[in-house]
Write a protein of this length. Structure first.
Length: 370
């Protein structure tokens, strides 16, 4: 199956095989060695010296961990939302009793840093700014560096909590340089690993907020994660097989290097965007902020998405995801993060070029070779 979802993503054979290993005990020196190596490897790709933990959870678990460890009920927080995942972050904070001010931008566009600066400065002070780096529901990457800087101009020292679930490990994200206090990703996105681990880093300022937080937490209490990691352990039984897989995947990623990983995603994303446009399709995202991990495409007029979705799977062995929430039926999304090659994109474009005319979309005349 040509799995072109923005998570879960396909995994290389050696990563899958690592998961077939016999269990080791999570309080053994053998596990301590793996968790130590994995944590250091992740820090290299996060471009951070901050503390970093692997939680046995999906990405949403890490977002919930941010809320319960660094906020208190009644805290005023500012959420920047450009889609489904920004909205989800706001909902989690509200669920735990934070007082949320949300600034929405039109779906398909990126957040405007100067609008963020103005809103934080007029509406503040806030305990934290919550923001999504790469909005997987719309295929847009925010200018996180500029947004963090804008928020800090409006309110120096404000805590930045970042959902980088579909960007870290694929799109440039300089955690220390951009002063991103708490930031998380998930194993099933760009990391070439099955779902099961969420990785989160925490700055000094983050730990200060942890000390001040009165929100109750138990499973996701990051203070416990800190105590246990000092012994090469996790507080609870971790997803050991996913650690095996991540250990192997990180070996590949570190060999390629951060710059290499980012350039590869840029190149594959360009191929995808060009391919889609050559089929006479339109991107949802504004061009200059289109994501390098997921491309959101408008379903052309007259085409029934459900029919195309099913046909791609049945006749072309290709899975592309639809839109979420209000975008359901209006867009589809091609994932191109993690273990993906130009050939995978060519196969996807070929499948689309054959399926689309069958569901009522006429392809543009081929441009004659000059
Ligand atoms: C996938 C994703 C999530 C949710 O992650 P789960 O692992 O499904 O819980 C949150 N935010 C973004 C930006 C994502 O891409």
């Amino acid at each position: 199956m040509n799995l072109r979802s923005p998570g879960p993503t396909p995994c290389p054979e050696d990563v899958l095989q690592a998961m077939g290993r016999q269990m080791i005990h999570h309080r053994s020196p053998a596990f301590a060695e793996i968790v130590g190596r994995v944590t250091e490897g992740l820090k290299t790709i996060f471009e951070t010296k901050n503390d970093l933990y692997c939680l046995s959870a999906s990405g949403t678990g890490a977002l919930e961990a941010m809320v319960v460890n660094f906020l208190s009920p009644g805290d005023r927080v500012f959420v920047v939302s450009i889609g489904v995942f920004g909205d989800r972050f706001a909902t989690i904070a509200e669920t735990y009793g934070a007082d949320v001010t949300k600034l929405d931008f039109e779906w398909g566009t990126a957040a405007d840093p100067s609008a963020v600066e103005q809103a934080v400065s007029e509406g503040g002070p806030f305990k934290a700014v919550l923001v999504t780096h790469n909005e997987t529901s719309t295929g847009v990457t925010n200018d996180l560096e500029a947004i963090a800087a804008a928020a800090r101009r409006a309110q120096p020292g404000v805590l930045m909590l970042v959902d980088a679930i579909s960007s870290l490990g694929s799109i440039r994200c300089k955690v220390d340089e951009w002063e991103l206090d708490v930031i998380a990703t998930g194993s099933q996105k760009g990391w070439m690993v099955p779902p099961g681990l969420a990785m989160i880093s925490i700055s000094e300022r983050g730990w200060q907020a942890y000390e001040e937080s009165t929100m109750p937490s138990f499973y996701f209490d990051l203070g416990k994660a800190k105590t246990f990691l000092a012994k090469g352990q996790t507080p609870w039984t971790p997803a050991i097989s996913i650690f095996f897989a991540l250990d192997v995947a990180l070996g590949r990623l570190l060999e390629e290097g951060v710059d290499g990983i980012i350039e590869r995603h840029q190149r594959i994303a360009d191929l995808t965007r060009n391919g889609v446009k050559s089929l006479g399709l339109e991107l949802l995202a504004v061009e200059d902020r289109a994501s390098n991990t997921v491309t959101a495409v408008r379903v052309p007029d007259g085409v029934e998405w459900k029919t195309l979705y099913q046909m791609l799977q049945d006749d072309y062995d290709t899975l592309i995801e639809g839109g979420q929430g209000p975008l359901a039926g209006k867009i589809f999304r091609i994932g191109h993060l993690g273990w993906v090659t130009g050939e995978d994109i060519e196969i996807t474009m070929k499948a689309l070029s054959q399926a689309l005319p069958r569901v009522g979309h006429q392809l543009p005349e081929a441009t004659p070779a000059s």
